[in-house]
Design a protein around this ligand. Structure first.
Ligand code: ZN
Ligand code: FE
Length: 255
């Protein structure tokens, strides 16, 4: 099983998962880079998975479906280009010999879903769209802080070695904010060094892992004293878990 990030637009990744002759892609915001990869690798596109309705995740869906005949799977509760098979939390689909489980992760959008799989003999895989970024989280365009906190909690509960396939290369800028929140976090400081080296070589910082994100990502660390105290410097009214998370998100938006 090969996991291949296809860069698109400024900072998107369209994730391709390939098993021999067959491949699937997640969130193809544009078709051209996927057509090129299919050609280059000599694979057949069997499926297109979509996490949420934003154009930078769906823009290439119709053209790819028409050009390849691939079946499209997307969220039940979002406006999506038809035809597609609609999925919601608890559903599972079998593709490339793999069982992909659907997790509801509302927050960035109200019907956002994620896909999780445990390939035999490999670390688990998570395609989380714009819910979780490395060292960051998606903006709350449609959902509430409480929803997002619950969604991120579901992802944090996955095995530590889960490969986290985020839809954007936001790691370096996320780390600048994360460092402002937790200047003494040693794991974060060493990750920052690694990320800088990768970006200097124009290499992806992804996939991340759940274990790493739990160590460095302030949005997965809002239950910890270090993060709570920092957030309260920004907003003294932030006391309970939801208001701490909400204030952290507001702080990041203004950062
Ligand atoms: Zn989005
Ligand atoms: Fe996006």
């Amino acid at each position: 099983m090969n996991l291949i990030p296809l860069p698109a637009f400024n900072d998107n990744y369209i994730w391709m998962l390939r098993d021999g002759q067959y491949a699937l892609v997640v969130d193809p915001g544009e078709a051209q880079v996927v057509f090129e990869a299919i050609e280059r690798l000599g694979v057949q596109l069997g499926a297109i998975l979509v996490t949420h309705h934003h154009a930078d995740h769906t823009g290439g869906v119709a053209e790819l479906r028409e050009g390849t005949g691939a079946q499209v799977f997307g969220p039940l509760h979002e406006t999506m280009p038809e035809p597609l098979t609609r999925l919601t939390g608890g559903d599972a689909i079998d593709l490339l010999g793999l069982r992909l489980q659907v997790i509801d992760v509302p927050g960035h959008t109200s019907g956002h879903i994620a896909f999780y799989a445990e390939p035999v003999g490999e670390a688990p895989l998570l395609f989380c769209g714009d819910t979780l970024f490395s060292a960051g989280s998606g903006r709350l365009f449609e959902g509430t802080p409480a929803q997002m906190l619950t969604s991120l909690g579901k992802l944090a509960a996955l095995p530590d070695n889960t490969r986290v396939c985020c839809a954007h290369e936001y790691t370096a800028s996320g780390l600048v904010f994360a460092h402002a929140v937790e200047p003494d976090n040693q794991a974060l400081i060493s990750y920052q060094v690694r990320v800088k080296a990768l970006r200097e070589q124009q290499l992806p910082t992804l996939p991340s892992s759940i274990g790493l994100e739990k160590a460095v990502n302030p949005f997965l660390r809002t239950h910890l004293g270090s993060v709570i105290r920092a957030v309260q410097q920004f907003d003294a009214c932030a006391q309970d878990p939801i208001s701490v998370f909400a204030a952290l998100r507001t702080w990041k938006n203004q950062f």
